[in-house]
Design a protein around this ligand. Structure first.
Ligand code: SF4
Length: 146
C-alpha cells in the first residue's frame, strides 16, 4: 500500500520534472528561432504557412522543440531526407505536425518504438504517410500550397 503511494508520488514528480524540462527546451528553441532576426523568421513562418500567433500557440504544445515528423516518418518507413525535396508536401506536413494536438501521445509511442502500430488511430498526417508510402507523394495534399 505504502509502496504504491511512494511509487505514484515518484511517478508524478518525474512527470513534473519532464514537463518543466520540456518547457525549458521549448522556450530556448523559441529564443534561438527569433534570434535569427525578424525578417528571416517571418519568411520561414510564411513558408510553412504559420502566423506569428499560431507559432506562439504551437510552441506551447508538448515537445514543441522536437522534430517529431522526421522520427514518425522513419518509424513508418519513409526516408525524411528524400522527402525534403517535395517542397509543398513537406511544408504542409510540417505545419500539421507543428500544430498537432497529439504531440504527447505521438512522443510516447515514438519513445516506446511502437508508433507504427498506433499512429493511424490519432495522427493527422496518417493519410499523408500512407500516400507517400504508396507512390511517394501525398494525394490528400494535392492543390495545397505551402
Ligand atoms: S501525431 Fe502525427 S501529426 Fe502529430 S506530431 Fe506526431 S507525426 Fe506529427
Amino acid at each position: 500500500m505504502a509502496g504504491n503511494l511512494i511509487s505514484e508520488t515518484v511517478g508524478a514528480w518525474r512527470s513534473v520534472l519532464s514537463f518543466l524540462a520540456d518547457r525549458r527546451r521549448s522556450r530556448a528553441a523559441t529564443r534561438e528561432f527569433w534570434a535569427m532576426g525578424r525578417d528571416e523568421c517571418t519568411g520561414i513562418l510564411n513558408d510553412i504557412g504559420l502566423s506569428r500567433s499560431e507559432f506562439d500557440d504551437a510552441m506551447r504544445l508538448p515537445y514543441a522543440s522536437e522534430d517529431l515528423l522526421s522520427s514518425a516518418m522513419r518509424s513508418v518507413g519513409i526516408d525524411p531526407d528524400s522527402f525534403q525535396s517535395l517542397q509543398a508536401a513537406h511544408c504542409f506536413m510540417s505545419r500539421t505536425c507543428i500544430t498537432c494536438l497529439h504531440r504527447r501521445q505521438c512522443h510516447g509511442h515514438l519513445a516506446a518504438f511502437d508508433f507504427e502500430s498506433h499512429y493511424q488511430d490519432f495522427c493527422p498526417n496518417s493519410v499523408n504517410f500512407a500516400d507517400l508510402l504508396v507512390d511517394g507523394r501525398s494525394q490528400s495534399m494535392a492543390g495545397k500550397a505551402c
